[in-house]
Design a protein around this ligand. Structure first.
Ligand code: GTP
Ligand code: MG
Length: 231
């Protein structure tokens, strides 16, 4: 029997006084690292950023981001999961939390830490104890029936990105159908179509990330509503 993916053993960590943590998940090769690179390039002049990458056996994604110089090297940390990627973002998040916290300690005042998951299946969601918000990245080459098949990643991520639209005609994927099926399972949560090949800066996704960072700042400065003092 499969694991119960609805069960999250971790509580959401308190967000006050620390960076917002954004998880980026999705199947193998859908464009998670390309999107991470796009967000770093697009936001690094206005936000204080760092990245954690997850690979099973290598540090390839971190190596790629360093080679591309999307951020200074010491703002990019690789976690080698050694097992199914979803285990490291959902069940035992300690290696990822250590990586995030060590980046926060080395770079005071971080606004945003992006955590890229290793490529996984459609049920892979981040634990709320690791990611405050999450993006799930599909690509059109995986088939235009993937949004209809649903799965937690497609249905529940805060933003669904459908990437590689430049390949849609080549692989016979119907973008309209993907959009309608995604809307049906997502209960109003947003969907963005991207081609990181044609628009490597992903302006729509960068705009969404600006919005969640603004929200996090606003709630960090809002007065807390603790229980009223007894008289
Ligand atoms: N044609 C096309 N190729 C893309 C696009 N986005 C990414 N790619 C390519 O797709 C391949 C996989 O992209 P990655 O960003 O490494 O995908 P990933 O999801 O991080 O992959 P894993 O971490 O291995 O799961 C690379 O060769 C990218 O250059 C796109 O919009 N269009
Ligand atoms: Mg990657």
């Amino acid at each position: 029997m499969g694991a119960n993916h609805e069960h999250d053993p971790h509580d959401a960590a308190p967000a006050r006084g620390r960076a917002l943590r954004l998880g980026i998940g999705g199947p193998v090769g859908s464009g998670k690292t390309a999107l991470t690179a796009a967000l770093c390039r697009g936001l690094r002049d206005e936000l204080n950023l760092a990245v954690v990458t997850n690979d099973i056996y290598t540090t390839e994604d971190a190596d790629f981001l360093r080679r591309e110089a999307v951020l200074p090297d010491d703002r990019i940390t690789a976690v080698r999961t050694g097992a199914c990627p979803h285990t490291a973002i959902r069940d035992d998040i300690s290696a990822n939390l250590d990586a995030v916290e060590s980046l926060e300690a080395r770079h005071p005042g971080l606004d945003l830490v992006i955590v890229e998951s290793g490529g996984d299946n459609l049920t892979a969601l981040f634990s709320r104890g690791l990611a405050d918000r999450q993006i799930f990245v599909l690509d059109v080459a995986g088939g235009d029936d993937v949004p209809r098949k649903g799965g937690l990643g497609v249905a529940a991520a805060d933003l669904l990105v459908i990437n590689k639209t430049d390949l849609a005609a080549l692989v016979g994927s119907d973008l309209g159908l993907m959009g309608r099926d995604a809307a049906r399972v997502r209960d109003g949560r947003p969907v963005a179509f991207t081609s990181l090949r044609e628009r490597p800066d992903a302006p729509e996704v960068a705009g969404w990330v600006r919005g969640i960072v603004r929200e996090a700042r606003a709630s960090a400065h809002a007065p807390s509503h603790g229980p009223a003092a007894a008289s």
